[in-house]
Ligand binder design. Structure first.
Ligand code: PMP
Length: 393
C-alpha cells in the first residue's frame, strides 16, 4: 500500500536552506526562511518568554488535558490582543496548532458551512495557502495583488478580481505584513474592500501572522479590527510564532465572528469538533506562555518593548538598504524597500537575477525574489545593495 504513494514536491524554501548550509563561502547570507534573526544571526528566545516558562514550570502541578478549544485564559488574552474591543456575543475561538492549523481549521469550517465555496487568495501569497487548498481539493482563484512595476499593491486589479467573489465565498486577506511581498493596503483601501464584501456577502478570512512586525502591535491589527467591526461574519487565523518568537511551540488561534449568538454557538461547536477530529486537544505550552505574558503587566510590558526592538531593527535595515540603493542606482526606484512592512520584501527580480546574486555574492533569496529583511545586518546590507545593482535588478 505504501509503495503506491507518489513523491511530494519538495518545499522550495527548505531546499534553499539545505543549499545554504552546504555553501562553504565566507560571509554567506541567508535571506530565505521566514524566521526573525537578530544582528548576530540568532533567533532568540524572548526575555518574557523565558520568564513565563519559569513561572509555568514552578506553578504547574499537572499535565492533564486542558479543553478541546484550549484554555479560556489564552483565548481571551488573544481576543483582546487582536480585537481590543471584544464582541463576546459574536466571538467563537479555538486554540490551534500554529497559524497553519488555524488556517486549515478555518478552511475546513468554511467548507462545512458552504460545500460550494470558492476561496479567493492573493497572487502571490504564502505558498502553503495554495498547497493546503490543493490538498483539501478546495476550489480557489487568485486575485491580482502585486504590481511588479511599483512593487506596491495593484489595487485596481485586486478590486476587479475580488468583485467576482459571491455570497458564501471566502476572501483570504493578509491582516498586515503581506507574505511574500511586504506590500500592504492603506486604511482607505481596506475600507473599500470591506464595502465590496458587504455588498457581495463574501466572507473574509484574515491571516494575521505578523502582528507587531510592521507598524506596531495595535497598528498592525487596525485593519482586522475594522473588518471585525464592519462585517457580520469574519474568520481570523492568528499565529504567535513570530511576535512571541515561539515558532516550534506551534501556537495559533482561530477566531470567528458571527451575526448573532445562535450562529456564534454553532460556530463554537463546529470549531471544537474540528479540533477533536484533527488532533483532539491543541498544544498548551506555547498558549500558556502567551497568556502568562499577556495577563501580567510587567511581563507584557517587557515583551512589548522587546517586540518593538525587533520591529525597529527591521525598519532600520529597510531604511539602510533603500538608502544604499538610492546612492548606488542614483534613483529612488528602490524606495519601496523602505515602504514595505514586515519581515519580507519582494524585489520584483527575475529568477536569473536571483540566481546571479546567489552565485556572485553568496546571498540566498527565495526564487520569486522575496528576501527576509531580518536575515540582514548593518554589514551585509551594503553587500546586498551592490549585488542587486550588479545583477541588473
Ligand atoms: N501565515 C503566513 C502568511 C505565514 O507567513 C506563516 C508562517 N510562515 C503562517 C501563516 C503560519 O505560521 P505558523 O504555523 O508557523 O504559526
Amino acid at each position: 500500500m505504501l509503495s503506491n504513494l507518489k513523491p511530494q514536491a519538495p518545499d522550495k524554501i527548505l531546499m534553499l536552506m539545505e543549499e545554504f548550509r552546504a555553501d562553504t563561502r565566507q560571509g554567506k547570507v541567508d535571506l530565505g526562511v521566514g524566521v526573525y534573526k537578530d544582528p548576530q544571526g540568532v533567533t532568540p528566545v524572548m526575555r518574557a518568554v523565558k520568564a513565563a516558562e519559569q513561572r509555568i514550570w514552578e506553578a504547574q502541578t499537572t499535565k492533564a488535558y486542558t479543553g478541546l478549544a484550549g484554555t479560556p485564559e489564552y483565548r481571551n488574552a488573544m481576543a483582546r490582543m487582536v480585537l481590543k474591543d471584544v464582541p463576546a456575543d459574536r466571538l467563537a475561538s479555538v486554540a490551534t496548532v500554529g497559524g497553519t492549523g488555524a488556517i486549515r481549521q478555518a478552511l475546513e469550517l468554511a467548507r462545512m458551512a458552504n460545500p460550494d465555496l470558492t476561496v479567493h487568495v492573493s497572487d502571490p501569497t504564502w505558498p502553503n495557502h495554495l498547497s493546503i487548498m490543493k490538498f483539501m481539493g478546495l476550489p480557489f482563484v487568485q486575485y491580482r495583488y502585486f504590481d511588479n512595476d511599483t512593487r506596491g499593491v495593484d489595487f485596481d486589479g485586486m478590486k476587479a478580481d475580488i468583485a467576482k467573489a459571491t455570497k458564501g465565498d471566502i476572501v483570504l486577506l493578509h491582516g498586515c505584513c503581506h507574505n511574500p511581498t511586504g506590500a500592504n493596503l492603506t486604511t482607505d483601501q481596506w475600507r473599500e474592500v470591506i464595502a465590496m464584501l458587504e455588498k457581495s456577502g463574501a466572507v473574509p478570512l484574515i491571516d494575521l501572522a505578523y502582528q507587531g512586525f510592521g507598524d506596531g502591535l495595535d497598528a498592525d491589527a487596525e485593519a482586522t479590527r475594522l473588518v471585525a467591526a464592519s462585517l457580520p461574519e469574519v474568520l481570523i487565523a492568528a499565529s504567535c510564532s513570530k511576535n512571541f518568537g515561539i515558532y516550534r511551540e506551534r501556537t495559533g488561534i482561530l477566531m470567528t465572528l458571527a451575526e448573532n449568538t445562535g450562529a456564534r454557538d454553532m460556530a463554537q461547536g463546529s470549531m471544537t469538533f474540528l479540533n477533536r477530529q484533527t488532533y483532539s486537544f491543541p498544544p498548551d505550552h506555547g498558549a500558556r506562555i502567551v497568556s502568562t505574558i499577556l495577563d501580567d503587566d510587567a511581563l507584557r510590558a517587557d515583551w512589548q518593548s522587546e517586540l518593538e526592538d525587533v520591529r525597529n531593527t527591521m525598519l532600520g535595515l529597510r531604511d539602510q538598504l533603500a538608502s544604499e540603493l538610492r546612492d548606488l542606482s542614483g534613483s529612488d526606484r528602490f524606495d519601496f524597500v523602505a515602504r514595505h512592512r514586515g519581515m519580507f520584501s519582494r524585489l520584483g527580480a527575475t529568477p536569473e537575477q536571483v540566481q546571479k546574486v546567489k552565485d556572485d555574492s553568496a546571498i540566498y533569496m527565495v526564487g520569486d525574489s522575496r528576501l527576509n529583511i531580518a536575515g540582514l545586518n548593518r554589514d551585509s546590507v551594503p553587500v546586498l545593495a551592490r549585488a542587486i545593482i550588479d545583477a541588473g535588478i
